[in-house]
Design a protein around this ligand. Structure first.
Ligand code: ADP
Ligand code: MG
Length: 716
C-alpha cells in the first residue's frame, strides 16, 4: 500500500481486514492491539466467505446493508464474544446528552427446562428497543409514545469491554424514533459523511479523478484533561455533582511552575496513562501522543486519526476508559471544560480532513500543479463554508462548560476565524489580487506551474490562539470543549463544506464546458470565493483586544455565551443547508435546539443549587466556628473582619437562593429561561463565590471544609 494511502486511512480497519497504519507499538503491544475488536480480520476468519465479502462491501463503500447477512454475522459475533467471556451484549448509542448510553441484555435465554441457551440472532444484532423514554428528544417524542430504536452500525466495529467480573459485547448503533427521526448524534454524522462524499466525488471528477469511489472525512482529536487525587474529589460536592469547582481561591502567586508543560510526567500519572493506552489498544483505539499540558495537573492525549464515524465512536470510548482507569490509581479524570477558575481550561482539538478511499488526502498541498489546483479548490471550499456558517460552527460547540472557556476574560475568544499560515495566506492573497505569476515568481509561478511552494508537512508557522487553523494537511478546529462528543461539530463541518464544494464545483463545471483549461477556469472562481470570504482569515493574536474590535469591524460574529450561539442551530442558512443535504430536518434541528437549551438551564440550576448548599452548610458554618474561636481568644478585630465577610456571603447567598426559586424563573420560553440563567443566576453564583473565596483565605486552614486548589492541583 502506498504511503499516501496510509496517511488517510491510518488505523482504519481496511476492508481486507488489515489494520492500516496502526500506531508504532512494541511487539507485545501489537498482540493486544485490537484484540477485543470484532475487526474485519476476525470477521474474515469467522464468517462464511460470501457473507464476509458482502459485509466488507458495506464497510468500504458505505453501501446499504443487506439485512439477510445479519443472522450469519450475529452468530459469528456471539461465538467470538462468548469465547472471550462475554455474558451480555449492549447496543451502545449517543443520545443528545452527548454521553454514551448502553443497556445490557444477557445472551442467555431460559429454555424452560431449567437451563439457559445463548441466544443472539440477526434480529437482536440489527435492532433493539431500549426503554428510552427519558432520553431528551426536544419534543419529537412524547413519553407515552416512547418508541425509539437502536440500529446496528456495521461501519463501526463491535468490541468487548472487559470488567473484572465479566465482559460485555458492545455494538455501536444509531438511535432513531419510530417515526424515523434521528434521536442521536451518529445518524446526522453518517448522513453528513455521505453528503460530503457525494459532493467531493463530483468535484474530483472535474479534476480528472475517475478512480476514487468514496471520500471519507477524517478526525483526530487531541483531548485535554485534568487528573486529581480521588480523595479530594470526594470531598468536593461541587466536583462530584457538576464536574467543576464552584469555590476555591487561586493558589498563592509563584506556586504555578511553568515547567509543568511538556515536563516529565509524574510516575503515578504515567502508570495511569500506560494502562489507559493499553486498554484502548485492546479496543483498537490507536493512541499516539501524550504529554503534560499548560496547567498543573493537566495532560493531553491524542490518537491517530480515523474516519469521522469510527473516530467519534472511539473518542466516546476514550473518554469512558480514561475515567474508568483513573480510579485504579486513586485518581479522578476531570473532563470538564473549566474545572478550576483562573486556571487554564480543557479543550479538544478536532483535526479534520477529507481523503479518498485510495488514500489521497484532499487537503495535502502536494507538489505538482495539478495537486496544487485541487488542494486550493478544497481549501477555498473550507474557507467559504466556515465564513458562511460561522454562527452554526460556534453553536455546535456551545455548552455551559464552554462559556468559561470561550469569550471570557483571558480566554480564547468566541469569534470564529481561520489561520492559514503566512505562506498559504500569501498564495490566496495573490490569487485574489490576480497577481499570480508576476509578483512573486520565486515562491509560486502561477496556476499553470507549481502554485504553492512545496509546503512542509507541518506547514510553516503556528498560531496557538486561532480557533480554526490550517496545520499542513488538515484543519484543526480548536474550539471544542474537552467533554464534548465530536459528532455535531463534524456533522456541521462535513455538511457546510459539502455545500461550498458544490457551489464552487458548479461554477467550475460551467467554466469548463466550453473547453477552457482547468487552471484558467479555476482562477476567477478562487478569486471570487476568497474575496468574498477572506474576512474570516486572521493570522494575528486572537486573544488581543485589537482583534475583538477588528473582528467587529469585519462583521464577524462574536457569540460569547451559549444562549447567544444556540439560535444559529435553527437559523435560515442552517435549515437550508441541512435540509438540502438531507442531514437534519427542520424538526430534528429544532429538537436539538430545544434539548441543548434545556440542558443549559438544567446544568446551571444544578450548579446554583450546589453552590447555595455548599455556602450554607459548609462555608458559612466553618467561618462561624472560626469567629467563635477568635472571639474566645479575645481577637475581636480578626473576628469582626471574618464576620464582615460572612455578612457579605450571606447577603449574596440570599440573592442566589432567590434567583434559584422556581417561581422567579421565566418558564414561558426556553431561550428566555436560558438568558435568565446567564444574566441572573450566574452573576449571583459568582457573587457568592467571590466572598466565599475571600473567607477561604481568612479562616483557619484546619477548619476549612474543602480541599484547596493548591492541594488538588499540586499533589500528584
Ligand atoms: P500537529 O503537530 O499539527 O498537532 P500531529 O501529527 O501531532 O499534528 O496530529 C495531531 C492530531 O491530528 C492527531 O490526532 C492526528 O491523528 C491528527 N491528524 C493528522 N492528520 C490528520 C488528517 N488527515 N485528518 C484528521 N486528523 C489528522
Ligand atoms: Mg495540534
Amino acid at each position: 500500500m502506498p504511503i499516501r494511502q496510509q496517511n488517510v486511512l491510518a488505523a482504519q480497519w481496511a476492508p481486507n481486514g488489515e489494520i492500516i497504519g496502526a500506531p508504532d507499538l512494541t511487539a507485545s503491544d501489537n498482540q493486544i492491539f485490537g484484540q477485543n475488536v470484532f475487526s474485519p480480520a476476525i470477521q474474515r476468519q469467522r464468517l462464511p466467505k460470501d457473507v464476509y465479502k458482502r459485509l466488507s462491501k458495506t464497510l468500504a463503500k458505505g453501501a446499504a446493508l443487506d439485512t439477510s447477512l445479519a443472522d450469519s454475522v450475529a452468530l459469528a459475533m456471539k461465538e467470538w464474544a462468548l469465547e472471550r467471556g462475554a455474558t451480555h451484549y449492549s447496543h451502545v448509542f449517543q443520545p443528545l446528552t452527548g454521553l454514551t448510553a448502553e443497556k445490557h441484555d444477557s445472551f442467555y435465554a431460559p429454555t424452560g427446562e431449567g437451563t439457559a441457551l445463548a441466544e443472539f440472532s440477526g434480529k437482536e444484532l440489527i435492532q433493539a428497543e431500549p426503554d428510552a423514554s427519558s432520553f431528551p428528544t426536544g419534543g419529537i417524542r412524547a413519553t407515552f409514545e416512547a418508541r425509539g430504536y437502536t440500529a446496528w452500525d456495521p461501519t463501526s466495529p463491535a468490541f468487548i469491554l472487559e470488567n473484572p467480573n465479566g465482559a460485555l459485547l458492545c455494538i455501536p448503533t444509531a438511535f432513531v424514533s419510530w417515526t424515523g427521526e434521528a434521536l442521536d448524534h451518529k445518524i446526522p454524522l453518517l448522513r453528513s459523511m455521505d453528503a460530503l462524499s457525494k459532493s467531493a466525488m463530483a468535484a474530483l471528477k472535474l479534476f480528472g479523478n475517475d478512480t476514487a469511489s468514496r471520500v471519507f472525512t477524517t478526525v483526530g482529536p487531541e483531548q485535554e484533561y485534568f487528573l486529581i487525587d480521588e480523595q479530594y474529589y470526594f470531598e468536593r460536592p461541587d466536583l462530584l455533582t457538576t464536574g467543576r469547582t464552584l469555590f476555591g481561591a487561586k493558589p498563592p502567586k509563584g506556586h504555578e511552575l511553568d515547567d509543568h508543560y511538556f515536563g516529565s510526567i509524574p510516575e503515578r500519572v504515567l502508570a495511569y496513562m500506560l494502562d489507559t493506552e493499553r486498554e484502548l489498544a485492546k479496543l483498537g483505539v490507536p493512541i499516539k501522543t501524550r504529554h503534560n499540558e499548560v496547567a498543573p495537573g493537566q495532560y493531553e492525549v491524542a490518537p491517530i486519526f480515523e474516519n469521522s464515524n469510527v473516530g467519534s465512536d472511539h473518542q466516546q470510548l476514550t473518554m469512558q476508559v480514561m475515567q474508568n482507569v483513573a480510579r485504579r490509581y486513586g485518581l479522578v479524570c476531570l473532563l470538564h471544560e473549566k474545572p478550576f477558575a483562573g486556571v487554564n481550561g480543557s479543550g479538544k482539538h478536532n483535526n479534520w480532513s477529507m481523503g479518498t478511499d485510495e488514500g489521497e488526502n484532499l487537503l495535502e498541498p502536494g507538489d505538482t500543479p495539478h495537486e496544487n489546483l485541487q488542494f486550493l479548490f478544497f481549501c477555498a471550499a473550507v474557507i467559504q463554508a466556515v465564513n458562511k456558517h460561522q454562527g452554526l460552527l460556534r453553536a455546535s460547540i456551545a455548552s455551559p462548560g464552554q462559556d468559561h472557556r470561550l469569550g471570557a476574560n483571558e480566554a480564547p475568544p468566541a469569534i470564529i476565524s481561520i489561520f492559514l499560515g503566512s505562506e498559504l495566506e500569501k498564495v490566496f492573497n495573490a490569487i485574489e489580487q490576480g497577481e499570480v505569476g508576476e509578483s512573486t515568481p520565486e515562491s509560486f509561478l502561477g496556476l499553470g506551474t507549481p502554485v504553492l511552494p512545496p509546503l512542509p508537512m507541518h506547514g510553516g508557522d503556528r498560531n496557538r490562539t486561532s480557533p480554526f487553523a490550517f496545520t499542513g494537511n488538515k484543519f484543526e478546529f480548536r474550539a471544542l470543549g474537552s467533554s464534548m462528543s465530536l459528532s455535531l461539530p463534524n456533522t456541521v463541518l462535513n455538511t457546510t463544506v459539502a455545500e461550498a464544494i458544490d457551489d464552487l464545483a458548479e461554477e467550475l463545471e460551467d467554466a469548463l464546458e466550453d473547453g477552457t483549461e482547468i487552471e484558467a477556469a479555476l482562477r476567477p472562481i478562487l478569486q471570487r470565493s476568497y474575496a468574498a470570504n477572506k474576512q474570516i482569515v486572521f493570522g494575528g493574536d486572537n486573544y488581543s483586544e485589537e482583534w475583538h474590535s477588528e473582528a467587529q469591524e469585519r462583521g464577524l460574529l462574536n457569540l460569547r455565551t451559549t444562549p447567544d450561539a444556540l439560535p444559529y442551530l435553527v437559523a435560515d442558512d442552517t435549515e437550508t443547508v441541512f435540509s438540502n443535504y438531507g442531514v437534519l430536518s427542520r424538526r430534528e434541528l429544532e429538537s436539538r435546539y430545544e434539548v441543548f437549551l434545556e440542558q443549559y438551564v438544567t446544568k446551571l440550576n444544578i450548579e446554583a443549587e450546589v453552590a447555595a448548599s455548599m455556602a450554607r452548610t459548609m462555608i458559612i458554618p466553618a467561618a462561624a466556628r472560626y469567629i467563635a474561636i477568635l472571639s474566645g481568644a479575645e481577637l475581636p478585630e480578626l473576628a469582626s473582619e471574618v464576620a464582615g465577610e460572612v455578612a457579605t456571603t450571606v447577603e449574596a447567598l440570599r440573592a442566589l437562593e432567590s434567583a434559584n426559586l422556581e417561581e422567579n424563573q421565566p418558564h414561558d420560553a426556553l431561550l428566555k429561561h436560558a438568558e435568565y440563567m446567564r444574566d441572573v443566576t450566574i452573576p449571583a453564583m459568582d457573587a457568592v463565590r467571590e466572598s466565599a473565596d475571600k473567607l477561604e483565605k481568612l479562616v483557619a486552614d484546619d477548619l476549612w471544609p474543602l480541599p484547596k486548589y493548591s492541594e488538588m492541583l499540586f499533589i500528584k
